[in-house]
Design a protein around this ligand. Structure first.
Ligand SMILES: *[C@@H]1O[C@H](CO)[C@@H](O)[C@H](O)[C@H]1NC(C)=O
Ligand SMILES: *[C@@H]1O[C@H](CO)[C@@H](O)[C@H](O)[C@H]1NC(C)=O
Ligand SMILES: *[C@@H]1O[C@H](CO)[C@@H](O)[C@H](O)[C@H]1NC(C)=O
Ligand SMILES: CC(=O)N[C@H]1CO[C@H](CO)[C@@H](O)[C@@H]1O
Length: 415
């Protein structure tokens, strides 16, 4: 009985000793066979030859292929080391190849191999599509795509000095959708229901080995904005030289949603074509109208640019042929709204000017006994009804405004 018991004990003990030999000296890096490391040309790479024994003598060799002859590398130049960790700096194509960590301790030598593969960082690309600020109406959809040639991309919302990785519970309406094929390197940033809190800067960050690349885009979310014609701010009188073959009228309008632009000539709509052609006189260009094959007399007239969005139209005042007058009793200055939806309200102001750019404060003409003002549905008339003893230049300004915007017109009156 006693003998049997002993035998069982020995068996257990035997099993313990037959388990894989306990390694007493080894490299810390866990790997299956040879490690492959990739790095970028001109960047640096770390070859980590750390063992479990800091007192071991560690060296790095480069193997000559195909015969595998090991050439020990010496520190200095582009190779530096911190204990058992080697760094090759400013990589050149020749650095690619097979390396070998060799560690010796108490006469015991171990080694492991690392294959270094080099890539050209110049072909590493990161783009955001569209790469421009988008201004979108709140409640609508917007998206950006971040597309990299390799690596992994992540989207962030930039807030103050930090960034919030997306998706985030703080912005449940901002989604990040990986591409079906290029999952990690191509991702869409999607705003299903953009709201004002989504306005701001977004960052797409690419990590590819030791390289980090970033690109930023701006999203502006806005409530509807009325149309405003920003250029030219006023109609202008053009005198086109005879013999000129074309003339370009500029009209840039802002607003959200983006306004639609149409043109009128002497009050009648004209139909511009999108492309130039032999039968096309009016060509719609990016920010204006190009009148081609200009014809004396035929093309003379008042051209009007009409910008409209769902928010209504800002008033536009007719530019009179003459805007400078002398102070005369009974002189009438008119202010006519060519358009405006809803119907605009008018306001007249005046100021005395010492010179072209040095004027006294604006005053309400309505409150002055010098002027009489008569406002009708879409126009307003100011009449000079009193003589002034102040001699010099007066500016009289008519302002037409409604909920969609405003327009103004200046008259100069000399006394
Ligand atoms: C090298 O490897 C050791 C062990 O895994 C690790 O502790 C150390 O941080 C590594 N050093 C570098 C520079 O990667
Ligand atoms: C805007 O979005 C944020 C985050 O997605 C949400 O917390 C907030 O309630 C939204 N605001 C409005 C007015 O919808
Ligand atoms: C307008 O048309 C003329 C003549 O076809 C052309 O030469 C010119 O470049 C055009 N201007 C613009 C701004 O498109
Ligand atoms: C500034 C402004 O809103 N002006 C007018 C725009 O048009 C409407 C409708 O006629 C007026 O009520 C506003 O006063």
């Amino acid at each position: 009985m006693l003998l049997l018991y002993l035998g069982a004990l020995l068996l257990i003990a035997g099993e313990i000793y037959s388990s894989p030999t306990v390694r007493s000296f080894y490299f810390e890096y866990e790997f299956d066979g040879r490690e492959t490391k990739s790095a970028f040309l001109r960047y640096s790479v770390v070859l980590n030859c750390t063992t479990n024994d800091p007192s071991a003598d560690v060296r790095l060799a480069k193997l000559r292929l195909p015969d595998g002859q090991a050439n020990l590398l010496s520190q200095g130049g582009r190779l530096t080391r911190k204990g058992p960790v080697f760094t090759i700096h400013n990589l050149i194509w020749k650095d690619a190849g097979r390396y070998k960590c060799v560690a010796v301790k108490d006469g015991q030598e171990i080694s492991r191999e690392i294959d270094l593969v080099l890539d050209n960082p110049d072909v590493l690309g990161l783009k955001i599509i569209p790469f421009r600020q988008q201004t979108v109406l709140s409640g609508t959809y917007a998206s950006y795509t971040c597309d990299a040639s390799s690596g992994t991309v992540l989207w962030y919302k930039v807030e103050g000095s930090g960034s919030i990785l997306l998706p985030s519970t703080r912005f449940p309406e901002i989604k990040v959708v990986p591409d079906r094929i290029y999952e990690s390197r191509k991702k869409d940033l999607v705003f299903t229901n953009a709201n004002l809190t989504h306005s701001g800067r977004y960052k797409c960050e690419l990590t590819a080995q030791s390289i980090i690349m970033k690109k930023f885009v701006l999203l502006a979310v806005s409530s509807p904005r009325p149309v405003k014609i920003v250029s030219p701010s006023r109609d202008m009188d053009y005198l086109v030289k005879r013999g000129t073959s074309s003339h370009y009228l500029r009209c840039v309008a802002e607003g959200l949603p983006l306004p639609k632009i149409t043109w009128k000539k002497d009050g009648k709509y004209i139909k511009p074509c999108l492309y130039q052609g032999p039968h096309c006189r009016y060509v719609q260009v990016l920010d204006g109208l190009n009148i081609t094959q200009l014809q004396y007399h035929d093309d003379e007239g008042v051209y009007q640019c009409v910008a409209r969005n769902e928010r209504g139209t800002a008033p536009q005042l007719l530019t009179p042929h003459q805007t400078q007058f002398t102070w005369t009793l009974g002189r009438q200055l008119t202010c006519v709204a060519l358009r405006g939806n809803p119907e605009p309200t008018f306001q007249w102001r005046f100021q005395f000017c010492f010179s072209d750019d040095s004027c006294a404060m604006w005053k309400d003409a309505q409150l002055s006994s010098f002027f009489g003002i008569d406002t009708r549905k879409s126009h307003s008339t100011l009449t000079i009804q009193k003589n002034s003893h102040i001699s010099g230049m007066f500016k009289l300004r008519c302002m037409a405004s409604n909920t969609s915007g405003n327009d103004e017109l200046d008259y100069i009156v000399f006394n």
